[in-house]
Design a protein around this ligand. Sequence first.
Ligand code: SAM
Length: 403
Amino acid sequence: MGFFSSWREQTRGVVQQSKLKPQAGVEEIEEIEKDLGVNLSALSWLPGFYSIPPEVQIAGSKSYQEGKIYGMDAASGAAVAALEISPGDHVLDLCAAPGAKLCMLADLLKDSGSLTATDISAHRLAASRTMLIKYDLGNRCRLFLADGTTFSLLPLRGGVDGNATKVEEEKPALDNPDEITKRRYDPTGTLYVDSTVYGEWKGTKTAKEKKAAKRLKYMEDALDRVGGRESELIFYGKASGIVGMKVADVFRSHSLLEDEVSHNGYDKVLVDAECTHDGSLKHISKYEQWGWDTFERRFFNAGRMSSITSLQLQLLRNGFSLLRPGGKIVYSTCSLTKAQNEDVVQKFLDLEPSAELRVIKGSENWPCKNGGLPHTLRFNPSSSKTSGLFIAQIHKHDRLRFE
Ligand SMILES: C[S@@+](CC[C@H](N)C(=O)[O-])C[C@H]1O[C@@H](n2cnc3c(N)ncnc32)[C@H](O)[C@@H]1O
């Protein structure tokens, strides 16, 4: 594993980058500098990001605990910037956990549009929820524990889905997601259609609620048996459009007919796909402890590589199917292998005639190199002073590329 040892040499001492909350003014920055005991140096190429010397422990600081600062690699910030978020956008983050990019997306949207996020890992998605709450960024968010390769819920434009019924009259309100699950399914997994409506989100579960959730496990098993896990809503903000909606309407399945997606698809989709993480400094340092044999065993076998690239392609294709024509999707991974990046994107382009790679606005100043396909970018840890990342921005045309 010579490659990794020489690679590690080069990346030692990489500065950490942090994102400040957008409201941070000069006074607040001075306060944070005092608290951390260092001068913050703004990254010239990425607004809102500051580099901090690697020896500074952000997590223990008052600024971090008070939610004024969060640690995030600048290349990850670039993947979010590549979505070119505009006010009012309806955004989908298909592999959202543990939530750094999700927080930045919510930051950029401020008090407009909506943000829907999915992830297949319950504990990682719960961490995203904790982050949104800590940084007070969840107002317009919905978090679904769901498979991003099949997720099919469209945004709630204007706070209310065009086709769903917002319930005006008094109905029993729910503030406990377990309760919602209980009412949605009977033990055989058959969908209950009732008129229960969502109340305001009341925070995460108490110990009693967690116990109740365990008891509900048999229902999930029943669901799996009847073919396919449903998405589970694990968080929603006050302005997410969920409050006051019927449970059945929130989960109304869409046929994803072209017409429906054209009118009501997402404006932007982020697919920060599951990958082998071989470009991520955080992961690489873990394998320094666990041993490189473990890394090799886990990732460098043909079966594992083929299932991961097939997952990546499915995530990208499903994200694209939920995007409105004229919208943009960003595909990123923290792997630097061609198989998980250029090859996946090329297969995708071959299958989707209405997809086109586009230049990312502002990227001419980014410290990255061109990827192996036009307009794709690669952040290389040895030259970028960031973690490794591949980014592609893809546009969805109204018309087919080949027409
Ligand atoms: C690279 S991480 C995402 C990091 C995240 N975007 C962030 O900035 O914190 C990839 C994520 O994909 C999730 N994942 C794997 N398979 C998935 C699937 N089929 N559907 C949705 N998420 C999936 C993993 O649980 C993992 O959290």
